[in-house]
Design a protein around this ligand. Structure first.
Ligand code: RIB
Length: 305
């Protein structure tokens, strides 16, 4: 069973000619409403590949219409939402601008996500077949607790260190590495995490090696058009190329990789296959606007054909 413990958002998205810097205003003709939140995105990406009955989501939403829609969307995508709990805070909302090249800038109003609690996870939920998927949009201590409980029952922990918090301390990264089996990061997150625990890597590959060795885990770096790299604790290195595409919206591409990777891990696929499926799924997502709309179903992934 894949259990995603994380955030659910509604994304308000404007297509802009250029992403505004501080003090600047740009006009967009309109905006679109999409389903988002790194946790929910990863759950949907995993379920599109793993199929019905394989993915559960735990998190918090508000007692509002956005919350209703977020739950309906999970269920429509074959994600079990019974562990998504109502909070007194409003459902999380992300304000996203996307430019001509498909690049984005995101501000997340966390709302209910910051009330997410590992106490919502019942005893007996975890087992050796649990693949727990975590990110950084809910309280860190609660994610850590979920990871510890998973490991105590011999489950597997995937931690996507995104977004990197403003104040990421050495202790935080050390605690995270201690309970993680697969650390998933992009190039910048890899460098930031390695720096936080005292390394000064020259590039993301060295950073991944530092993190893998320190945490006795496998570190996977997603590097956009450069594909993905995995470095194991014993310094075995695997790579997967990214399909060549012209992206229209990269929002949720990293989440698509994480969800696809979790689906492959859950069915005990080789690491090389999990990397390639992640790259193929993430590339396909980038061809459609919105975090979740372009996430492929299993049959559409070339490396699984
Ligand atoms: O990773 C993309 C996601 O980040 C968006 O869907 C947005 O909700 C933010 O959480």
């Amino acid at each position: 069973m894949i259990l995603v413990f994380g955030s659910l958002n509604i994304d308000l998205v404007a297509a802009v000619p250029v992403i505004p810097g501080p003090g600047r205003t740009v006009l967009a003709p309109s905006y679109q409403t999409h389903f988002g939140g790194k946790g929910a995105n990863q759950a949907v990406a995993a379920a599109r590949i793993a199929g019905p009955g394989q993915v559960r989501m735990a998190g918090r939403i508000g007692r509002d219409g956005f919350g209703d829609r977020a739950i309906e969307n999970l269920r429509a995508n074959n994600v079990d939402a019974d562990l998504v709990v109502r909070s007194d805070e409003p459902t999380g909302c992300a304000f996203i601008t996307v430019d001509h090249a498909g690049e984005n800038a995101i501000t997340v109003a966390s709302g209910a996500n910051m009330t997410t609690s590992a106490g919502d996870l019942p005893a007996g939920l975890f087992g050796p077949d649990t693949v727990l998927v975590l990110q950084m949009e809910v309280p860190f201590a609660q994610a850590l607790e979920a990871a510890r409980r998973t490991r105590a029952e011999f489950g597997t922990v995937i931690w996507n260190l995104a977004p990197v918090p403003e104040q990421m301390t050495r202790d935080m990264v050390a605690a995270l590495l201690a309970v993680t089996d697969y650390l998933l990061v992009n190039e910048h997150e890899a460098m930031d995490a390695a720096a936080a625990i005292g390394f000064a890597p020259s590039d993301y590959e060295s950073a991944a090696a530092d993190l893998a060795r320190t945490g006795d885990l496998t570190c996977i770096v997603t590097a956009g058009a450069q594909g993905a790299l995995a470095v194991t604790a014993d310094d075995t290195r695997l790579r997967a190329p990214a399909p060549r595409i012209t992206p229209v919206d990269t929002t949720g591409a990293g989440d698509t990789f994480v969800g696809a990777f979790a689906a492959m891990l859950s069915e005990k696929a080789p690491l090389q296959t999990a990397l390639q499926v992640g790259c193929d799924a993430a590339a396909q997502k980038c061809l459609t606007r919105g975090a979740q709309a372009g996430m492929p179903m299993r049959a559409a992934i070339p490396s699984l054909a």
